[in-house]
Design a protein around this ligand. Structure first.
Ligand code: ARG
Length: 809
């Protein structure tokens, strides 16, 4: 679940630039010697723990019948886990906090990466093999696909390292360390600063701290705000930029159920794909090169073959993007009434048009597969969020919190002074924002990232404009000899800009259909013109609307005929006679500039309101924490590494409907419909399931588990995250949330909210039985028996015992 435009609060310039989400061995001597993690890995020749397991099961069953699943809200920072540790232990965690996060020794955090900044992936072998979701690898799989090599439909399985496919721009980012720098940041902020000054200064100090933290290293770092400007933490990262595609199932497995099943349980999707991190010979990050070698990780997750039962402990580590758990009732109302329906309305149109062109032509279908899926994912998300905000009475719940807060504030003059204005600030700011929130959605959703040409034109304008500037400087320098030297220095920069522009264009046109885009423009600009008051429209739109009397079909036709930005050859021509005038009179560039101006202008015009909101949220969050000093509040997600934990279990979805905690392969056959592209099942898979040819991947009832649910707290960005059991072993890959709790990013639903994960055994089954890619299985560390616990000293297993039957059950 990546790339969600942040709602309700300050609209931001999203990641538009990218188009939008060891096995420890002797080579790893510093692996913690006495941690349970180490002990079981050392002894992974397997123990028979039958009795112990049984006992645990009984205890858990008792626990389950007494209480139910406990509430598991919270995406926690790995350095603060000691605060949760007792609870985690009680729920079944066998590890120490240092097994999870340790700066000096390999720990779980060293097996978890941010994949490209939009998803999470985990290291599952000592050769840098990465496991993530199919939908996280989708863009890469799509980019390598063509009608001749349709990896989307057929899947892709490299047979050797040499066949693994390079992916421009995709990176794997490790967290090196993090640190609480709140005091240093706050000390630099005097209390008389305005909110805007405060944010600026905090940003400046943050940059300074990050610079100090990375000095003399190849690391990068940033300081991020937590609890809405009340706390600040530093994050230091190490980034590998040679990440190759290793394997992916066909989308009839990886995306089984399509948009119909998306965001829903019960699910039967094999939402996984494999990548590999490559490093230089010194195991350090290196630019892509044929000489790069598989990365040797500090830690790789062992894989449990035992599965999970209701009540079992699970933990998810990853990089959740954003949540709005402190959103007030005013914000909830605005989301329901204004923000969400606007996004949905625009995307409805967009999806219709894309689908029509995709259905008509196979090449377009492949080119637009990833764009379509990205648009559809958050289209359905906002439909569900609106529905469940209402269904789950989130507005009322927020109101109740606000009333309690209000009473608490009134009890004490000090509080009154500090927090007395907070709620009225919200009321005023949201009222002001009501007037422009729709226009903010339009400028992005129907504008800059509606049709594709405006943003592309905007970027090209910048690149080509800079190219021309340098060119002019060089020309002007011709006479003077000192300047001549300068000219020589600038020549390569100019060339780089030209190459950059050409590369950008090649990439863009590789997945582009101008006819489709022209229709998007006509339709979305028409919608924009109709639904947003003139004074909030970008200049070009109001003009065009007048001139073409609202006929945007005609307008778009004109634009696409006139612009030189619809294919590479015209761009190449530009470089033959490069002139600023060509840019200035290009209609697509005019659109790009005008939309960007509108976007910036809106930010400036509404800075006062946005600052007021920021300030109100800072005080509100601080006040809530002060009001409930015993409640352990988790900070909102902000793309930093988090840990969430909970237990496996089903839920009551609605009247008379209770969902079980896992699905099996039989359900794939039940959903199968080969006339429906969303529910097509590959013949080979169907026959493997019919024959129950599950190999060692079946559970002890002889079923092949496919997906399971657990009450951990995840959101977009967590996609691909490892689901880890109490022993630190991988049991699945998180990929979705459930429909009934689509309001969960705003208000966590204790009874309803679930993480949906692929059972690792289904992943392995597909790799092994369906794809025959056993080379991948061979490099992973499959663990069949529960590792011995540290405290359990009575049971000493003979180290030689190696007679594990894969599918004994
Ligand atoms: N809802 C999932 C998420 O955001 C993405 C699932 C992708 N599947 C799909 N049918 N689009 O994590």
């Amino acid at each position: 679940a990546h790339q969600r435009l942040r709602q309700n609060r300050r609209s931001f310039w999203p990641a538009l630039w990218v188009g939008f989400g060891r096995r420890p061995n002797v080579l790893c001597p510093n692996f913690k010697r006495h941690s349970p993690l180490f002990i079981y890995i050392r002894n992974r020749k397997f123990y028979n723990h039958f009795t112990m397991k049984k006992l645990i099961a009984i205890v858990l069953a008792l626990g389950m019948s007494l209480g139910t699943l406990s509430a598991n809200e919270g995406m926690w920072l790995p350095i603060f886990l000691n605060q949760n540790f007792a609870e985690m232990k009680a729920m079944g965690l066998k590890l120490s906090p240092e097994d999870i996060y340790d700066v000096n020794n390999g720990s779980l955090k060293d097996a978890v990466v941010s994949l490209g900044g939009f998803c999470t992936a985990e290291v599952v072998s000592d050769q840098g093999l990465l496991l993530t979701n199919h939908h996280c690898g989708y863009d890469a799989i799509q980019t390598h696909s063509s009608p001749e090599h349709d990896y989307l439909s057929d899947g892709f399985w490299s047979a050797s390292l040499e066949e693994e496919l390079r992916n421009e721009g995709l990176y794997a980012r490790f967290l090196v360390r993090m640190e609480d720098v709140t005091n240093r940041v706050l000390d630099s902020l005097s209390s008389d600063l305005s909110q805007a000054e405060r944010e600026q200064r905090a940003a400046r100090v943050g940059k300074q701290i990050a610079a100090e933290a990375t000095e003399g290293t190849a690391y990068t770092a940033n300081v991020k705000s937590f609890y809405h400007g009340n706390e600040f933490y530093l994050f230091v990262y190490k980034t590998y930029r040679d990440v190759r595609l290793v394997g992916a199932p066909p989308q009839s497995v990886g995306k089984f159920g399509g948009d119909t099943d998306n965001w829903m349980w019960p699910r039967h999707t094999g939402d996984f794909s494999f990548f590999r991190i490559y490093a230089g010979e010194d195991n350090e990050p290196a630019r892509y090169s044929e000489d790069n070698v598989p990365y040797q990780p500090q830690h790789a997750l062992p894989i449990s073959m035992r599965g999970v039962d209701p009540g079992d402990f699970t933990m998810v580590m990853g990089f959740p993007g954003s949540t709005d758990r402190y959103l007030t009732s005013y914000g909830v109302k605005q989301a329901i009434d204004k923000y969400n329906p606007t996004v949905v309305k625009i995307r409805d149109k967009k999806l219709d048009i894309m689908k029509r062109y995709m259905d008509a032509d196979k090449a377009t279908q492949i080119k637009y597969a990833s764009k379509y899926a990205q648009t559809a994912n958050y289209w359905k998300y906002y439909i569900g969020q609106t529905k469940q905000l209402k269904q789950n009475n989130v507005y009322e719940q927020k109101k109740a919190i606000e009333e309690k807060f209000s009473r608490w504030v009134k009890q004490d003059p000090q509080r009154q002074k500090k927090y007395g204005d907070v709620l009225s600030m919200f009321e005023e700011a949201y009222q002001a924002k009501d007037d422009y929130v729709k226009s903010n959605v339009y400028v992005l959703e129907a504008g800059l990232i509606g049709p594709e040409i405006p943003l592309f034109a905007f970027r090209m304008d910048r690149l080509l404009g800079r190219y021309l500037q340098i060119k002019e400087k060089i020309a002007a320098a011709e006479t003077d000899s000192a300047e001549k030297a300068l000219q020589q220095k600038m020549q390569p920069r100019m060339e780089a800009l030209k190459n950059g522009a050409m590369e950008n264009a090649t990439e863009f046109y590789g997945d582009y259909n101008a006819e489709l885009d022209q229709e998007l423009m006509a339709s979305l600009f028409g919608l924009y013109f109709q639904n947003i008051p003139q004074e909030q429209q970008p200049e070009f739109l109001a003009e065009a609307g007048d001139k073409y009397k609202g006929n945007f079909q005609k307008y778009a036709r004109k634009v696409f005929k006139k612009t030189f930005l619809t294919d590479s050859s015209e761009l190449a021509e530009f470089f033959e006679k490069p002139k600023q005038k060509t840019l200035d009179k290009d209609p697509a560039i005019e659109i790009g500039r005008s939309l960007y101006e509108r976007y910036q202008g809106s930010n400036k015009a509404h800075a006062k309101t946005e600052n007021k909101l920021d300030k109100a949220y800072r005080l509100w969050t601080a006040g809530l924490r002060e009001m409930n000093p015993d409640k352990h509040y988790a900070p909102d997600a902000n793309s930093t590494m988090r840990v969430t934990y909970g237990t496996v279990g089903g839920y009551k979805a609605r009247d008379a409907v209770r969902y079980q905690n896992y699905t099996t392969a039989q359900g794939i056959l039940q959903k199968m419909d080969n006339n429906d592209p969303e529910f097509k099942v590959p013949a080979k898979l169907a026959s493997l399931i019919r024959d129950k040819n599950y190999g060692p991947y079946a559970n002890d009832k002889g079923e092949l588990p496919v997906c399971f649910i657990h009450n951990t707290d995840i959101t977009g960005g967590n996609s691909g995250s490892p689901v880890i059991n109490g022993h630190g072993e991988l049991i699945g890959t998180a990929f979705d949330g459930n429909w009934e709790a689509m309001s969960g990013d705003i208000y966590f639903e204790n009874e309803l909210q679930r993480t949906i994960s692929v059972d690792i055994r289904y992943t392995l089954f597909i790799v092994d039985k369906y794809a025959n890619a056993s080379r991948l299985i061979d490099e992973m560390n499959l663990v069949y028996e529960a590792p011995q616990e540290k405290s359990n000293t009575t049971e000493e297993a003979p180290a030689e015992k190696e007679s594990m039957e894969a599918n004994e059950m």
